[in-house]
Ligand binder design. Structure first.
Ligand code: ADP
Ligand code: MG
Length: 315
């Protein structure tokens, strides 16, 4: 029997209407993503990456086309169904951490469970478990503004995992972080994929991170212009040292103007007229050593909602 993709987009387009102006954010996107894959979405600012992710997440609807989640049309879910889908099947993290400063770290992580009507003791137990998973157990009672950016993003990831989703969507989660913190967050995402088989879809501007993905979708002007299969996927341990993006990926990335010229990452000749946006730049060089070695999540595999168990309901 053919494998059913976790996500399938068929001819998905999105047009934003701003007064008299129409913005074609997505134009006929077709893709399939399978259970347990680590997918990167890569492309210049404004090419439609966030729009695509938010449609997959059920946060907004496509203008035309259809998204199938495990073979079921997302468009056929009513508001309750969509809310349930977002709450229990997917975890999302963004560039901004969106933590609530008046609540401590543990309460922030437990928050989504309140909406899922789960009792307090269970909420706290799960939140504690995840705080340990992301290596921040000792900060349980702290407020988010007492934590570094990297630590806050790890808390945000823990919060996104508290309902035990089977898919992790991350929209430039390392965009606000220094390279060391960014690597810690990246290492956590990779381990979530490798150790607990969660499907991860990551939007990143860092070409080095593409080496950790099974496949990369390169986007340009609202379209997926190339899907690159990574024949040599790196393990999360390799992120601790300075890594070099493979030549193959480098060549595709520079062809679509998605990376800028740096010492390490020069396109073969002078690029034509590709204007680089601010946030298309690769991040700083990866430092040789990593700070903590404590962010490796293994315990979340005990959760009851890992990918293949899609029937599980949290309510
Ligand atoms: P990316 O994440 O690749 O930077 P986006 O998906 O955010 O790209 O945006 C794609 C295009 O759609 C851009 O031209 C952007 O300005 C436009 N856009 C995004 N969100 C909106 C919105 N809510 N209203 C109007 N235009 C939008
Ligand atoms: Mg974006």
């Amino acid at each position: 029997m053919a494998k059913v993709p976790v996500f399938k987009a068929v001819n998905v387009s999105k047009t934003y209407i701003l007064g008299d102006v129409e913005v074609q954010a997505l134009q006929g996107v077709n893709l399939e993503i399978y259970s347990g894959e680590f997918i990167c979405i890569f492309g210049q600012s404004g090419c439609g990456k966030s729009t695509l992710l938010s449609i997959i997440a059920g946060l907004q609807k496509s203008s035309t086309g259809e998204v199938y989640v495990r073979g079921e049309k997302l468009s056929e879910l009513d508001n309750n169904g969509l809310a349930k889908y977002r709450r229990s099947k997917i975890g999302i993290v963004f560039q901004s951490f969106n933590l609530i400063p008046s609540m401590n770290i543990l309460e922030n992580i437990a928050l989504p469970l309140t909406f899922a009507r789960i009792g307090k003791s269970q909420r706290i137990a799960r939140a504690k478990n995840l705080l340990e998973t992301v290596g921040l157990a000792k900060y349980a009672g702290h407020s988010s503004n007492q934590l570094s950016g990297g630590q806050q993003q790890r808390v945000a990831i823990a919060r996104s995992l508290v309902t035990a989703p089977w898919i992790m969507l991350a929209d430039e989660p390392t965009g606000n972080l220094d390279s060391k913190s960014a690597n810690e967050v990246m290492r956590l995402l990779i381990s979530l994929n490798r150790k607990s088989k969660r499907t991860v879809i990551l939007i990143t501007h860092n070409p080095e991170y593409l080496d950790y993905a099974d496949r990369t979708f390169f986007m340009q002007d609202g379209k997926v212009v190339k899907i690159q299969v990574n024949s040599k996927v790196k393990s999360e341990d390799e992120i601790t040292s300075t890594s070099h993006i493979s030549n193959e990926l480098k060549s595709v990335a520079s062809k679509i103007g998605a990376v800028s010229t740096t010492e390490e990452n020069k396109p073969p000749k002078k690029t034509k007229s590709h204007k680089m946006s601010q946030d298309s730049r690769p991040t700083d060089e990866v430092p040789a050593e990593m700070a903590s070695n404590d962010a490796l999540p293994e315990d979340i595999t005990n959760e009851d909602n890992v990918d293949d168990n899609v029937e599980t309901d949290k309510e």
